[in-house]
Design a binder for this molecule. Sequence first.
Ligand code: SF4
Length: 278
Amino acid sequence: MEVILADHAGACYGVKRALDLAYEAAGASTGAQTLGPLIHNSGVVKELEEKGIGVASTLDDISADTVIIRSHGVTPEVLDALNEKGCHIIDATCPHVLRAQKAALDLSERGNWVLVLGEKGHPEVDGLKAWAACGGGKVSVVSSIDELPDNLAEPIGIVVQTTQTEELLESITQELANRGLHFELHNTICSATSKRQNAVIELAQNVDAMVVIGGKNSSNTTRLFELCQKYCHLVFHIESIDELDKSSFLDVKTVGIAAGASTPDPQIASVVDCLRTY
Ligand code: SF4
């Protein structure tokens, strides 16, 4: 069986940066905690814990002096609370997410009805929503055309969750145009995401099966999985090789490998090595 790794598979700039900052903090004598799991990867979270970087699920769980903000970023309220607690903050918010937060705030301060295109309840989207709300304007989180408010009115500003698809953005902007509404667009989809998605679309069309590696709760990995399903009839979303069954690949001559932005290289390598033995 031929195993083909998609271009741009695996950990992105923002995740690598967050991991580097966390591993640097591992040497701190006063201890450090991440606010929420640093990345959607249980193996990496466990490894960090072994190095003394624990996870605080909520602000109340914080017991260490140093707190690491993950690449998704946080709301202004959380930032204020951390400062009030006197925490030493290591801000690993991805610069691309920071850019989206600033755009959300700026649009809102200028009186726009801010549309945050993204997945409701995702920490990055919650952050974008809160930054927009901070500017005093109206904010709506929208993940499909059906969720666009009926009474939506100009001026409208748009920011996009960094891991969203261009397809969602296009469908929403098309619908706004159909309604005759004008808008100011900040396409904050991260190029790491779009490059990864385009590479996966290309590969999925040319193989018999696709294996997508990454956390089941990772939104960018889930999106890769969904894209693969559009272009390939046999697709697996796994966190580790143990979840694959050799018998599923009996008729497969070529398999493509995709990996989410929070999937470390060694995890990808182990899946590739194992599939090559099938
Ligand atoms: S996918 Fe893009 S925005 Fe998200 S952490 Fe990675 S580099 Fe940053």
